[in-house]
Structure formats: C-alpha cells, structure tokens
Design a protein around this ligand. Sequence first.
Ligand SMILES: *Cc1c(COP(=O)(O)O)cnc(C)c1O
Length: 418
Amino acid sequence: MINFEQLARKYDTPLYIYDAEKIMDNYQRFYKAFDVKDLKIHYACKALSNISILKLFKNMGSGLDCVSIQEVRLGLKAGFRPEDIMYTPNNVSEEEFEHAINFGVKINVDNLQMLEYLGMNHPALPLCIRINPHLMAGGNSKISVGHIDSKFGISIHQLPLVNRIVKRLNIPVEGLHVHSGSDILDPDIFIKAAELMFTAAREFEDLTYIDFGSGFKVQYKENGLYTDIEKFGKIFSERFNAFCEEIGKDLTLRFEPGKYMVSEAGYFLAKVNVIKQTTACTFLGIDTGFNHLIRPMFYDAYHKIENISNPTGDKKIYTVVGYICETDTFASDRIINEVRKNDLLVFRNAGAYCFSMSSNYNSRYRPAEVLVYQGEDYLIRKREEFSDLLHNQVIVNLDLMAEPETVLELKDLEVKNK
Ligand SMILES: *Cc1c(COP(=O)(O)O)cnc(C)c1O
C-alpha cells in the first residue's frame, strides 16, 4: 500500500505518484494474454513520458510508440534501441521525418504525400503504413481517430493508390498499422479492423508485422466498462494465427497500449484549501487545477476521488474544483467522506494523460512526480519553481518599459519601436 500521507509530507502537494509494480503487472498481464509466435508491445509514451517510466518499460522488453521527434529523443535518452522505437506522427514536416530517419527509428507514414516523398528520397527504406479503417471507435469524438472524418491514416479505400505508389517506387512495406482511438467500448471493433487489415495485408509481400495500435479501456468508474484483456487476447490470437497460417508466414503481432499500462498505476494527490458552502452546493477548493489534470474539463473524464485523511467519515456530497481563474471543475456532486480543511484527496487513474498534458497556465508550477517501487519512493521529477517560469523568457529593456508611470500613446510606441 502506498502511504499517501507520508508522501504528501515529504514531497508536498499537488503530487503525482506512480506504482512501478502495478505498471509491471499490467505489462505482464497484457503480454501473457496473447498466444502468438511473435508479440511486440510498443508502449505509447505520450500517456506518461517521464524518462524513469520509459526506462522501466525498456527493462521489461517493451518497445516505444512515439508521436513526435521529441518523444523519439526521450526514448533514445532512456536507452531504447532505435529499431525498438516506432515513429507515428501526424501532419509533421519532411524535415521532422528526416530527423527520425537519421535516428534510425521505424517510420510509420500516415499520408500519401509523405509516402511519395519518402519513396522518392529514401529508396529501399522499409516503411509502415497507417491505415484508416473508417470505423467509429473511441469513447468520445476527441479520442476517436479512425472514423471517416478523421485526419489520421490513409483511407482503406485508397489502397489501390497506395499500391501504385509502393510498386512504382519499390517501397518495402514492412508493416501495416491501425489505431482506431482511445477508450474503445466495444472490443469487437478490433476484430472488425483486423479483418480489413488482413485484406490489405495480402497485398504487401515484404510485410513482417501488423500493428493494431491501442484503445484498450481501463476502469475509471466503479462498475465501469473495461477491456477484458485475457478474453480479447484469446479471440484475437486465434484469428491472427489463422491468418498467418493462411498466408504461410509468421507475422509479428504488435500493439501500442498507453492507457492500459499506466492509467491505474497513477495517483494524484491534492490538498483541500477551502470548503465553500453556497446556496447550491458545497465546493471543495483544492490546491491544483486543470493546469495539472485537464481530463475532466477537456474530455468530461471521470476520476474517482477519495478523502484519504478521513476514510471512515460520514459521506457527503461535494463539487470538487480547482484554483484556476475560470471554470475548473474536477467533479460535480461527488459522494466523498466528510472533508475538513487541509484534508488530502487522491485522484485515481492518474497515470495516463495527466502529467503529460499538464501546463503552466495561471503561471503555476507543474507538480513533482514520484515513483514507488518495493515500498521505497523515488523522486523522478522535481516540482517546478519560479526560475522555471522565467526559463527561456528573454527580458528586453526598451525605454518604454523603463518608466512604468508613463502612459504612452500608440503613436509614441511606434516611434520608439523604430
Ligand atoms: C495515443 C496512441 C496510442 C495509445 O492509446 P491508448 O488509448 O493510450 O492506449 C497508441 N498508438 C497511437 C498511434 C497513438 O496515437
């Protein structure tokens, strides 16, 4: 059990805490759920990209799924071999692809323009092609990326065109990729996508893997839906093995889970500063905001919240809000054990897309991150401080700034700026 109160005393709040053993369990459980000749997991590091977390994945034998050149660099810094990194960007420049190619990582292409460019400029470079299967998946429209209006991937209907480019330029297509969105409610969507991918896969003789992306759902609410990974793994492995047999070739099965690996391994600790009773509700004002955990405001996401300072207290109804100067609601009408000033609240499922989406809005510092392993706690990111806010700011001293009392007319400004 993680001693939240002790960690709050030691590191202060707000604080992100990650349970290394839980991450390791998730990885093992996922790995064991599939029964195929060759399985490769590429952890999608945009979920949680702290270098220490990346190193943990590397030591478990995971590869890495990166969506930006900066994530690639973090992965290399964490010690991943380039060939274990898959670069899957969207709408990036040729220059950024060139960087990735220089690093030697696996390249996943998601538009025809880039396919042509890479085929012309890097003959014989093996590529993976991201297919858009046009299936509606994903928990909400922001994280549903495989439907017909989605900007991701090359349409499955454009396969003839893909084939033309591939044949004309002799592109070795080593992989096909599909990622239909995060938080998929219906696991059958994978099987549907798989059938489409198998049809496409028959066209590419250099193929060595099919990457089915991710979208595995974890439980946020009690009794909430989640992917039964063992059941899914069994059904999916059978279908995949049958396909390999049919084409007479053992392809590698690849997945890129992010949320599944880290969501439930993360906790976010915050302190109650103010309890405000209004005519409508009781607000709990806590020492953080959507600058640190944006999912409730951005995705209407549900995070379970517990009062760990009063675990046996009477249940009350609260609306939990942050300190940001605009509407900043974490939870409305939540039943929580009675809260007193300075009590500690813990948010569950705070491993994925929490710290990695945090910002300095309202000029607040981003929180510290702590990794807990075998009962010991390790600081893996320091809390920011004032100098971090100034870092990279270039302070100019124009003469109009020297006299703050002087109210300048616009025309004066123009003159002085010359
Ligand atoms: C975000 C993303 C993932 C991970 O999705 P989760 O729902 O966090 O598992 C995998 N692959 C790609 C290409 C992604 O963009």
